[in-house]
Design a protein around this ligand. Structure first.
Ligand SMILES: [Mg+2]
Length: 397
């Protein structure tokens, strides 16, 4: 995983609720712990510790059944506010590595770390660091899958639970071999009904699906589903992270009317995007700690790269400088179709105001102040005369 291609992590806490209880209450460690409805009432198990699982107890099982299987287990009510607290701590760890975090539930999330390589190392290194951070800060273990896409990362995180780290290779052949032995229900979208249908065709593993005739599959489940499953069976998944809260980042993108390799045109378009994002940041009173760019080439392959700023900022000049560093590092002599720029890890305090007392920072602070005033002036003009009314000197050729 060192070639800098798309890299996703799926991080999943092990037996989360039960593990939090065992961490908080030392006397529960090593004992079967069942979190959920009381054992003498109707209701189900929310989580079972690994010790309880050896008795055949699992989540969603009726608590009464769990009690029959293991009467000496410790049954605890759900303490959601405590689990949320630990969850916030874990999510903050994720966000310290990448702004592209998509939580799936209280205890698992997808992370796109494709652009984090030059800051923190490759996917495997980041996964190790995150597991260590989680252990240090919460005492808990997490299982992590590292892969070139989200589907594979999710499958991988489940392969060596608990406390597992699974790296999926990038090589297409190796990916297919990795998937082949797994039962088809491990694929997204395969519920009970689909599983029965696929089984009736003799398709039990993902490997069976890799080898099956697409026509037969299409007749059985329809073209749309067949196409989706065939792609997944090959380990192909082109989805990206969906960040939940729009205020967490501000971004903009633009598609060229015609795909272009013209460096000047691409850079000029980036500058316009940056200024728009900068304007919106200042309107929101927000300062960004990370900026990222996106480049999509004519063949629709897409990269995103990010850079962490020395301190949070929202002035156009600093944002442009950082964006152009990323652009120049990543442009190839290939026609570009679409570009995007975004700012994330937003805070609402100006770091410069707290640095005024630091003499070493004085020079930087002066530059910062100058840049801030320039941006403010251009905002006032934009508001009066519209966004097309102003161009910085460097835009005019
Ligand atoms: Mg979990």
């Amino acid at each position: 995983m060192t070639d800098g291609g798309p890299t996703f992590l799926h991080v999943d806490m092990d037996a989360f609720f039960a593990s939090v209880e065992q961490q908080d209450h030392q006397e529960l460690r090593g004992r079967p712990v069942v979190v959920g409805a009381p054992s003498d009432q109707r209701g189900v198990v929310a989580a079972a510790s690994y010790e309880a699982r050896t008795f055949g107890i699992h989540s969603a099982m009726p608590s009464r059944t769990a009690y029959q299987k293991c009467p000496h287990a410790v049954f605890l009510p759900v303490n959601m506010s405590r689990y949320k607290e630990v969850s916030r701590c874990i999510m903050r760890i994720f966000e310290s590595y990448t702004p592209l975090v998509q939580p799936l539930s209280i205890d698992e999330a997808f992370l796109d770390v494709s652009g984090a390589g030059h800051l923190f190392g490759d996917g495997e290194t980041i996964a190790r660091k995150i597991r260590q951070n989680i252990r240090n800060q919460t005492g808990l273990t997490a299982s992590v899958g590292v892969a070139p896409n989200m589907f594979l990362a999710k499958i991988a995180s489940d392969m060596n639970k608990p406390d597992g780290l699974t790296i999926v290779p990038r090589d297409q052949k190796a990916i297919e071999q990795f998937l082949a032995p797994l039962p088809i229900q491990r694929m997204w979208g395969v519920g009970k009904v689909t599983r029965k249908k696929l089984h009736s065709l003799g398709l039990k593993t993902i490997g069976d699906l890799q080898l099956c005739d697409p026509l037969i599959l299409t007749q059985a489940i329809g073209a749309h589903a067949a196409e989706g499953f065939i792609r997944l069976a090959q380990g192909i998944d082109s989805r990206g992270i969906e960040t939940e809260s729009p205020e967490k980042s501000i971004s903009n993108e633009t598609t060229f009317r015609k795909d272009t390799t013209d460096l000047d045109a691409i850079e000029a378009a980036f500058k316009r995007l940056v200024d728009k994002v900068g304007f919106r940041l200042r309107e929101a009173g927000a300062f960004a700690s990370t900026v990222h760019i996106k480049i999509r080439w004519s063949d629709f392959s897409t990269i995103s790269r990010q850079i962490r700023l020395d301190k949070p900022c929202n002035d156009d000049i600093t944002l442009r400088e950082q964006a152009l560093i990323l652009v120049r590092e990543n442009l190839r002599h290939r026609p570009v179709r679409l570009i995007g720029f975004g700012a994330s890890q937003l805070a609402h305090t100006d770091a410069s105001s707290t640095l005024q007392l630091d003499f070493l920072e004085t020079a930087n602070t002066e530059t910062h102040e100058k840049r801030k005033r320039l941006s403010q002036t251009s905002d006032q003009i934009k508001k009066r005369f519209g966004s097309q009314s102003i161009r910085r000197g460097s835009d005019i050729k």
